[in-house]
Design a protein around this ligand. Structure first.
Ligand code: AMP
Ligand code: GLY
Length: 420
């Protein structure tokens, strides 16, 4: 099977690494890829937001299966364009990707399906939004409706912060994503990520994780795309997992099918858990980054069979083989991230790292220059390890991180603290 993966971050490196272990995988191409991915696959420089260009490339390279990593191509309808061209695709249609691309869409689906989530109101007018905030008081959560690269959510602890967020969003600081806002009840509790494959009808849970969104130790500092993660999430007990499936995931999938826009791909459910009850925070329509790195390390090569069955609407035939193990990933980021940071700094010490089914340094934002690996993004490396316990995975991952010689990078020293 010739496989094309779209994306070029740590998530896609871990997907490529897992897919490659499956004997079904003949040729593997990743577009655009990165320096780490280039060590295990061919990389192709194509515009992954251009469905026509991806379809042409896939035809020219006799691709049998396309796996879409990030949300942007999904929201742009790339999966639809590829399916129209007769290709087998892992990833939802543009319509179904609304579950991530529009907060108000997801809220309406929750209303229709009865999935528990925060109470909310939807505004296109700044004055009406301000009046609602004054009426509700703080804490309160203000969200830009559309995709805003993880920056469109303001959890306001004071009314003044919430009002300032409205000013920003209607001033255009979030681009088109801010022309509409959703204002939500603040939920407290413990957050967890739950990943479920859906083929439009059947659902198959494939793991849980928790991530660390803040830049610095003790969950302090600015919000980021994620500074580390571990899987499984201890808060996702069997009882809570079952509740999440029957009260949130299944009703959502049923509602999407009823609307004539079935969801096919991986549904990433962000949950808030309190007093034994999960509520939906948000959906994403792709794997989490860096949560995926932990999941791929735990699932290995079987993930290709699972994704293929998902795309072929055969999930009812499948089951996941679980080892009773744990994985943890540490994100190494460029100093200054998520603010401004330098690009092109040299990373040493990668050659001596172990690379096996228990230990991998996935590349997130790297490039190769004159035979050296350099940093090309904010989040740069994902040091990932697996063990029989979370403590073992933690110890291994930190031992690896310490051997990486990169003066211009930093990482948190407390990934997994809540579960350890
Ligand atoms: P989202 O992009 O919707 O996942 O929001 C980003 C983060 O904001 C979430 O992971 C939560 O930590 C937080 N958040 C979002 N909505 C709420 C809410 N209603 N109550 C409390 N925290 C929230
Ligand atoms: N780590 C959170 C996300 O991928 O959205």
């Amino acid at each position: 099977m010739n496989i094309l993966i779209l994306g070029g971050g740590g998530r896609e490196h871990s997907l490529a690494w897992a897919v490659k272990q499956n004997p079904k995988c003949d040729r593997l191409i990743v577009a655009p890829g990165n320096a780490g991915i280039a060590m295990i696959a061919d990389c192709a420089d194509i515009n992954i937001l251009d469905g026509g260009a991806v379809a042409t490339f896939a035809e020219e390279n006799a691709i049998d299966f396309v796996i879409v990593g990030p949300e942007a191509p999904l929201a742009a309808g790339v999966a639809d364009r590829l399916r129209d061209a007769g290709l087998l695709v892992f990833g939802p249609s543009q319509e179904a990707a609304q579950l991530e691309a529009s907060k108000s869409f997801t809220k309406a689906v929750c209303d229709a399906s009865g999935a528990p989530t925060a109470a909310y109101a939807h505004f296109t007018d700044a004055d009406a939004a301000r009046a609602y905030i004054r009426d509700q008081g703080a804490p309160i959560v203000v969200k830009a409706d559309g995709l805003a690269a993880g920056k469109g959510v303001i959890v306001a602890m004071t009314e003044a912060e919430a009002l300032a967020a409205i000013d920003d969003m209607f001033d255009g600081s979030f681009g088109d994503a801010g022309a509409e806002v959703v204002i939500e009840e603040f939920m407290d509790g413990e957050e967890a990520s739950f990943f479920v494959l859906c083929d439009g009808n059947t659902i198959l849970p494939i793991g849980t994780a928790q991530d660390h969104k803040r830049a610095h130790d003790g969950d302090t500092g600015p919000n980021t795309g994620g500074m580390g993660a571990y899987s499984p999430a201890p808060v996702m007990t069997d009882d809570i997992t079952q509740k999440a499936l029957t009260e949130i995931v299944q009703p959502t999938i049923d509602e999407m099918r009823k609307r004539g826009t079935p969801f096919q791909g991986v549904l990433f459910c962000g949950l808030m858990i309190k007093d034994g009850q999960p509520r939906l925070v948000e959906y994403n329509v792709r794997f989490g980054d860096p949560e995926c790195q932990c999941l791929m390390m735990r699932l290995g090569g079987q993930v290709l069979d699972l994704m293929q069955a998902c795309a072929e609407e055969r999930l009812s035939e499948m089951q996941v083989s679980w080892a009773d193990d744990h994985a943890l990933t540490i994100v190494m980021a460029a100093k200054g991230y998520p603010g401004t940071y330098e690009k092109g700094t040299v990373i040493k010490g990668l050659d001596s790292q172990p690379q096996d089914s228990f230990r991998m340094v996935f590349h997130a934002g790297t490039a190769e220059k004159d035979g050296k690996i350099t940093a090309s993004g904010g989040r740069v490396l994902n040091v990932t390890a697996r063990g029989a316990t979370l403590a073992q995975a933690h110890e291994q991952a930190y031992a690896m991180a310490q051997r990486i010689d990169w003066e211009d990078g930093f990482y948190r020293s407390d990934i997994g603290w809540r579960a350890l």
